[in-house]
Ligand binder design. Structure first.
Ligand SMILES: Cc1cc2nc3c(=O)[nH]c(=O)nc-3n(C[C@H](O)[C@H](O)[C@H](O)COP(=O)(O)OP(=O)(O)OC[C@H]3O[C@@H](n4cnc5c(N)ncnc54)[C@H](O)[C@@H]3O)c2cc1C
Ligand SMILES: C[S@@+](CC[C@H](N)C(=O)[O-])C[C@H]1O[C@@H](n2cnc3c(N)ncnc32)[C@H](O)[C@@H]1O
Length: 664
């Protein structure tokens, strides 16, 4: 379900002391200033900074990010604390995020000028997504969820240590204090979680008590007599669904495959201090499909704003955020300079209408004139050299590579998993394995584990063409063009165009006929049609692995035994009738309820969007594995979850038989 369309905040700055929100008839913080409230009510009310001392991770969840004052205060306190936690996660929900100019104005005289400037520098496009921003080298991570609390709170996957409840006054902003909303807090609360708020309404206190918090009041701040603090002390703790449990005590992880998926996963895990060993059958990183000289990344737009559009938008914005400093430092070739994409169905007016309906901001998407019509401009899109990106990710501290070794099968061991080579030799041993070996992952998941047999995957061959730099009449391309194919200019001036698309085609050779097809795409996109002998042209062949729903396969592998018994149980239940169906355990109707293999994960089937999806997919997987807050809504995680094929099978088996005979 989409959280959009998003309405940015309307902020009234006429009162020099406290900015106001005319829509709510309230101010963002007391007249006495934001700093005092942040320190006393939110940090102090949650026992911070003391409570995070010495911990590897501490998670704060704020309802109502507003202008970010509480975040800046918390981040500054963390920076100043010698006993701070290793990593601070700050999750925040906001229905009306401020536009950059308003955020800048609100912090013109900030109590935390350096932090405010950095927040502003990273402030994301205002799209209805989760945006993960890294500060202090990734030790402080801000996960901004732009949407209404009623929709966002049930979609969070996190274990929260401290809640900051900060809506506007309850009579003007009841949605933020609703008793049903508070019922979500126990699901998210870590053992010993605390909360605080300036709100002392008795209805709120009763709601919090009903949600399992012990609640009391403390002296208030900024003219308020009292404030409310609470501690999570539930009588009953709901179990974490089997598909969402992190892997306790994990230290070593083996990753099979050094393409975009494997390299991104390795970097995400190593960045958390885990020891990562990458094994690949090729002589070095990106030896197969990820080895192209360049490739595109960008979001998509769709009238329904469904799963696919939301996932690719969030993934593209995440990739741009990550790549921008990397490309600027010239460690990896590429550019985040925008991308133009043709529109095959809508006329210019309808495109504008769609933009307005979805309220997508201009820094994510614009309609720009092209010829007699219009095309889309993705300002945060661009191109990158995927092989160089893989090498960069795999060069991070904590990662070792073992190349030229094919993993033939997996074997469980007392320590976790063993990766065995062609002659049965031990290649690696780890607490957990992540399969990122594209089409071969399905075989490997089946060999020794029994999973993967029924994933509906397909391989699509593709060939790119590279034209030498400096050809007479060649257009200069400040940004890539895409429309049923693409063309981009590499850093050395060569043009890369592509790509063909052939199913059931295993030919690894470059084909002149495919080059001609790519040259035709080039002519269509740029109007330049060089007459060239295709035979000597350079290029590359690879295979896109894609699932039938065009989404990656991600997460812990389903337990094969559980799958069989569940499906059989469901069939028997359906046939024998409701009585039989009701005595067995409930078949898992959502991926999160499917039982999993211990320590065996997958990330593959990135289709033709590996660059766009690798980084965010890897983050989601790393968070899932380690128990960090997941930077994607639960519904999206379910949609990506490899166990979706198990629940599909269960649903299919549970469907009543259709009678196909002729009526008399
Ligand atoms: C022609 C073409 C153009 C494309 N253009 C774009 C584009 O512009 N933008 C974009 O985002 N995407 C593009 N793509 C898609 C993108 O390249 C893929 O999505 C991406 O490369 C997939 O990465 P991967 O890591 O999943 O797979 P791979 O790169 O195939 O990596 C899998 C790795 O696993 C290793 N491996 C396999 N089996 C074993 C085993 N048993 N033991 C050890 N190692 C093993 C392989 O050696 C390989 O290195 C294009 C694809 C093609 C074919
Ligand atoms: C008091 S302000 C928060 C101030 C903020 N904590 C700070 O440090 O600057 C309350 C915030 O709640 C947001 N809000 C109001 N209703 C909401 C809803 N239904 N869902 C999510 N956010 C909401 C408002 O837009 C506003 O930014």
């Amino acid at each position: 379900m989409s959280w959009g369309p998003l309405q940015p905040a309307r902020i009234d700055f006429s009162d020099g002391q406290a900015p106001g929100a005319p829509v709510f008839g309230d101010v963002y913080h007391p007249q006495a200033g934001a700093a005092g409230q942040a320190r006393q009510v939110f940090l102090g009310g949650n026992g911070l900074p003391g409570r995070w001392a010495g911990r590897p991770r501490f998670v704060v969840l704020e309802t109502g990010f507003g202008l970010g004052n509480n975040f800046l205060a918390t981040w500054a306190a963390w920076q100043q604390d010698a006993r701070r936690c290793d990593r601070l996660w700050y999750l925040a929900i906001e229905k009306h995020p401020p536009r950059p100019a308003d955020l800048a104005r609100a912090h013109a005289a900030s109590a935390w000028p350096a932090q405010a400037a950095e927040l502003l520098r990273q402030w994301p496009p205002l799209t209805p997504d989760m945006h993960l921003l890294d500060f202090d080298g990734g030790r402080v991570r801000l996960l901004l969820a732009f949407g209404d609390i009623a929709q966002v709170l049930p979609e969070l996957i996190a274990s929260v240590d401290a809640f900051y409840l900060d809506g506007f006054a309850p009579d003007r902003n009841p949605a933020m204090w609703d008793a049903w909303r508070l019922r979500q807090l126990p699901r998210l609360a870590a053992p010993g979680a605390t909360l605080s708020t300036w709100n002392t309404a008795s209805a709120l206190r009763q709601g919090l008590q009903a949600a399992g918090f012990t609640v009391h009041t403390q002296p208030g701040q900024g003219g308020q007599r009292e404030m409310t603090v609470g501690c999570f002390a539930p009588r009953f703790t709901p179990p974490v669904p089997p598909g969402r449990q992190p892997l306790a005590g994990v230290r070593r992880v083996a990753v099979v495959g050094a393409g975009l998926a494997g390299a991104a996963v390795a970097a995400a895990l190593a960045g958390r201090g885990l020891a990562v060993q990458v094994v690949d059958r090729q002589a070095g990183p990106a030896g197969e499909t990820s080895g192209n000289a360049g490739g595109l990344f960008h979001g998509v737009v769709h009238a329904q704003d469904g799963t696919h559009a939301r996932w690719l938008r969030a993934a593209a914005l995440h990739t741009a955020r990550l790549l921008r400093p990397l490309l600027a430092s010239r460690q990896v070739a590429g550019a985040v300079n925008g991308l133009l994409r043709g529109e095959q169905v809508l006329a210019a007016e309808a495109m504008q209408q769609l933009l307005a309906t979805l309220a997508l901001p201009a820094d994510f998407l614009q309609v720009v004139p092209q010829g007699r019509g219009a095309c889309w401009l993705y300002p945060d899109g661009g191109w990158v050299a995927p092989a160089a990106l893989c090498a960069h990710w795999l060069g991070q501290p904590g990662i070792t590579g073992r190349y030229g070794q094919a993993v033939q099968r997996l074997r469980r061991s007392p320590a976790g998993w063993q990766l065995l080579g062609n002659a049965g030799q031990l290649l690696a041993e780890a607490d957990a394995v992540v399969l990122c070996n594209a089409a071969d992952a399905q075989r490997l998941a089946g060999a020794g584990t029994g999973a993967g047999a029924t994933w509906p995957l397909q391989q699509v061959r593709g060939q790119t063409t590279i034209l030498p730099a400096g050809l007479s009449g060649a257009p200069g391309l400040p940004r890539p063009l895409a429309d049923g194919g693409y063309v981009l200019q590499l850093a050395d001036g060569r043009l890369l165009c592509g790509a063909t698309s052939q199913r059931d085609d295993a030919d690894p050779a470059l084909r002149p006929a495919d080059h001609l097809q790519n040259l035709a795409t080039l002519a269509r996109l740029t109007g330049w049609a060089p007459t060239l002998d295709p035979a000597p042209l350079g290029g590359r062949v690879g295979w896109r692995l894609q699932a039938d729903d065009r989404l990656p396969l991600l997460g812990p592998l389903p337990d094969a035994g559980a799958i069989v018994s569940t499906v059989v149980g469901t069939v028997v239940g359906t046939v024998v009738g409701t009585v039989a169906a009701n005595i067995g355990p409930r078949p898992p109707d959502q991926p999160r309820r499917v039982a999993r293999q211990h320590g065996l994960y997958i990330f593959t089937a990135l289709g033709s969007r590996g660059i766009t999806q690798a980084a965010l997919g890897a983050e989601v997987l790393a968070c899932w594995l380690t128990g960090d807050p997941v930077p994607a809504p639960a519904a999206l995680v379910d949609a990506l979850d490899v166990a979706r094929f198990t629940t599909r099978a269960v649903r299919r088996a549970a469907r009543p038989p259709v009678w196909c005979g002729r009526l008399p």
